[in-house]
Design a protein around this ligand. Structure first.
Ligand code: SF4
Length: 292
């Protein structure tokens, strides 16, 4: 199999076959991000994709889902995605669904009709790094879209029948801005139908542009305690049926919960963490994270 640089996939895709169709990120401008550092964006040549599909056919013939690699493989043109989707079907006839990471702008670049056709080919369950519904934070972090874009593009996915997971980056707005970030995000995410909201705790690595802003005093990160209160506000204000996955290394208080069913229990548990662990303890954990 061909794999370039670091390969990322959500934890819930762990059982699925992985196929590299892109590497790196088309955008590569989000201030907090160091995920694809040193890996230029590239679409894999079809010859490489076909070789990997041959290998998957030999070892994963019965796989029912393929996860496409790269930060935003869904950013490829509609025609390229159709060609790749059809190749996947030809080699792996049991692969009913095709997932991968996507940016909001990747959805924006497709028409409603194109999205409907992509759903018919099998594209479904895509993971979108929305991070926040707060316009000031989206702009500050160079995400490249607005909160209104999030609502509009997720509605397009709903209309096409393409299911999706989105992310909330806890602490992203920085010290003193957590309440706004949580409330604005809940307001925007409440207008969508995500299968899950994946909580990523902001962890600033030295390779990121944000790290330089921290060193120069331009950006002050939220404390870990502030992040936990922010998370409580975000969850309290969500009123949709979804699953919250806060179960990766970036979460100081790991949990998985179904909303609205587990809402009160989660809020109590988060308060319990704040009551039992002080800032030093939580920051020590954050500082010990070597990689996402
Ligand atoms: S957060 Fe996602 S879109 Fe932004 S630079 Fe990183 S990989 Fe690219």
């Amino acid at each position: 199999m061909h794999f370039t640089g670091q390969v990322w996939r959500p934890p819930f895709e762990a059982q699925n076959a992985i196929l590299q169709i892109t590497s790196g990120c088309m955008h590569h401008k989000c201030k907090f991000c160091s995920l694809y550092d040193g890996t230029a964006f590239r679409m894999s040549p079809m010859s490489e994709i076909e070789k990997d599909l041959e290998e998957l056919r030999d070892f994963h013939l019965l796989t029912n889902r393929i996860f496409l690699t790269g930060a935003n493989p869904l950013g490829l043109s509609y025609n390229k995605l159709v060609t790749i989707g059809e190749k996947i079907k030809a080699y792996l006839p049991h692969a009913e669904s095709i997932g991968g990471f996507a940016r909001i702008t990747d959805v924006k670049s497709k028409t409603q009709e194109e999205l409907c056709k992509l759903r018919l080919i099998g594209f479904n369950g895509i993971s979108i790094g929305t991070e926040t519904g707060d316009d000031r934070t989206l702009a500050y972090m160079n995400k490249g879209y607005t909160a209104a874009d999030i609502v509009e593009q997720l509605h397009k996915l709903d209309n096409a029948g393409i299911e999706y997971h989105i992310t909330y980056m806890n602490g992203l707005a920085g010290s003193g801005n957590s309440e706004r970030h949580a409330l604005e995000s809940a307001k925007i995410f409440n207008q969508a139908k995500p299968l899950s909201i994946n909580i990523v705790g902001l962890t600033i690595f030295p390779q990121s542009a944000l790290h330089k802003e921290v060193l120069s005093g331009i950006y002050t990160p939220a404390s870990e305690v502030e992040k936990l209160y922010e998370l409580k506000t975000f969850i309290r204000n969500l009123n949709i049926h979804t699953v919250i996955n806060a179960n990766t290394v970036s979460n100081t208080a790991p949990f998985v919960a179904e909303l609205p069913h587990n809402k009160e229990g989660v809020l109590e548990a988060l308060q319990g963490i704040v009551d039992r662990f002080d800032e030093t303890c939580l920051s020590n954990y954050r500082n010990s994270i070597a990689s996402l």
